[in-house]
Design a protein around this ligand. Structure first.
Ligand SMILES: C[S@@+](CC[C@H](N)C(=O)[O-])C[C@H]1O[C@@H](n2cnc3c(N)ncnc32)[C@H](O)[C@@H]1O
Length: 458
């Protein structure tokens, strides 16, 4: 489970839940659990969790998909991480700057918008569904929870674009989306659904009651997400501003994740992230996110360490956006001024071509770091220096930015961590925050290693 998921280490206390939500009491067995094959009991449990832990008031329909709170929360927390990665330098993760998301197929529970907005007051959602019952029930839940200012529910036309104006009605169509999310129907047909049920060796541990339209879509989840990929490319063609949108989807099958990552790679989309959500011993779900500009998420989001991604998904991970230089055996690594020294040496060498700043971020502790960006990309390379020298010889020391496209830009953050609560060895870590070429990042790390070793060995 996600590290911030409250259920990761504290499974729900059923007795306390029933005390705070009386409807659950009649389904309780020995004060300890409920019958997970009884849809009404599962709905009452979900309602109780949402009520007690998130102050969300819902009444779920027992014949419709009942969302598992811990799983839906994993997805929302991962989205928070992706968006916080974008605003890392501004300390504004909980500010009032409005964040807009689109939930495609919100379902009768409207679970993602309700959770997302309860956890972050600056989040807003456009929630769509093709199903009339889902649209009307979701809209009722939004007003029941007094979230009409933050969530708008729209009926989507299955023939129209998933992201485009028609899906969202008229009033919010021009809204820039920071992210889109979706838990698409899994199966391609009733036969596909029945076959997957038959494959389960043990009798179902929990009951999934759902209407066919919630679980089945032509081509299954892979076709649905492939459609999203194609439509996101089309959006970018029509409006470059959509390059900064995180397009995301949950996936119910590992094979689907493989197909979707292959689709992204085939279309040349290298800026993507993959997550694995683990609930209990038996349930795993996956999620994928992609965007078109060069902004790269923090390393532990693209390649999580806790929990470590399973071997099955390691080959599907995107290029690494983090690099660590272990300084434990280097003399001088404990110098608190090491970060300043690194900044100074970089300013001397690259200050003319790189915007360099020392910033601080306030979390539980204050983290100091260097942030840097060079429009010309690889300004430490021999090639760049040679060109620079030639320009000086030609009496033109000006490197023309306009000839270099934005995609050549390169951004990074450098952290030097001495012994802190997070690290028991001094280390320098680098986050590749902007760019399109992993080889440029690798080369930057090589250059930095060389400069740091020069400083610490003095
Ligand atoms: C698996 S359910 C997910 C419901 C809810 N988001 C959840 O996680 O519990 C998939 C939902 O997608 C909706 N859906 C299917 N095709 C759609 C489309 N083209 N546009 C919007 N919603 C769609 C279905 O009606 C259904 O409510």
């Amino acid at each position: 489970m996600h590290v911030r998921n409250p259920y990761a280490h504290n499974p729900p206390d059923f007795r306390a839940l029933a005390e705070s939500y009386s409807k659950l009491a009649k389904f309780l067995h020995d004060d300890m659990t409920v019958d997970f094959t009884d849809p009404e009991a599962v709905c009452a449990l979900t309602e109780a969790l949402l009520h007690k832990d998130f102050d969300i008031d819902v009444e779920l329909l027992p014949d419709r998909l009942c969302p598992r709170v811990a799983n839906r929360l994993n997805y929302i927390l991962w989205l928070q991480d992706l968006l916080d990665s974008d605003s890392f330098d501004s300390n504004d993760t909980n500010s009032s700057k409005p964040i807009w998301g689109l939930d495609i197929g919100t379902g009768t529970s409207c679970i993602y918008p309700l959770l997302g907005c309860r956890l972050r007051r600056n989040w807003h959602f456009i929630a769509t569904d093709v199903d009339d019952v889902a649209v009307s029930t979701a809209a009722k839940l939004v007003s029941r929870n007094n979230l009409m200012e933050q969530i708008s529910v729209f009926k989507a036309d299955p023939g129209n674009s998933l992201f485009g104006p028609h899906a969202c009605g008229d009033s919010h169509t021009s809204q820039h989306l920071h992210f889109t999310m979706c838990n698409p129907p899994f199966y391609s047909s009733s036969a596909d659904y029945n076959a997957s049920q038959a494959l389960k060796v043990t009798p179902a541990r929990s009951f999934t009651s759902a209407a066919p339209e919630e679980m089945i879509t032509p081509g299954g989840e892979v076709a649905f997400v492939t459609r999203m990929i194609n439509e996101s490319i089309e959006m970018l063609r029509n409006d470059v501003n959509t390059g900064s949108t995180w397009y995301t989807s949950m996936l119910g099958k590992l094979d689907s994740l493989k197909d979707v990552v292959n689709s992204l790679r085939k279309r040349g989309i290298s800026n993507y992230a993959v997550a694995e959500f683990i609930q209990g011993q038996f349930t795993r779900r996956w999620a994928v996110a992609w965007r078109f500009d060069g902004r790269r998420p923090l390393p532990d989001i693209t390649r999580p360490l806790d929990p470590l991604p399973s071997t099955a998904i390691r080959g599907l991970l995107p290029p690494a956006t983090g690099w660590i230089l272990d300084l434990s055996h280097t003399h001088g690594a404990n110098d608190d001024r090491l970060l300043d020294k690194v900044l100074s040496i970089m300013k001397d060498e690259f200050g003319d071509f790189m915007k360099l700043e020392r910033l601080s971020k306030l979390n539980c502790e204050t983290t100091h770091y260097i942030t840097g960006y060079s429009q010309q990309g690889n300004v430490w390379s021999r090639n760049f220096r040679r060109n620079k020298k030639r320009k000086i010889e030609e009496h033109s020391d000006h490197v023309e930015g306009s000839r270099i496209s934005e995609s050549t830009g390169f951004g990074f953050r450098i952290f030097v961590e001495q012994y802190t609560s997070n690290t028991d060895i001094p280390q320098c870590s680098v986050h590749w925050s902007y760019g399109s070429d992993p080889i440029v990042f690798e080369s930057f790390c090589g250059m930095l290693k060389d400069r740091i070793q020069r400083i610490v060995s003095k």
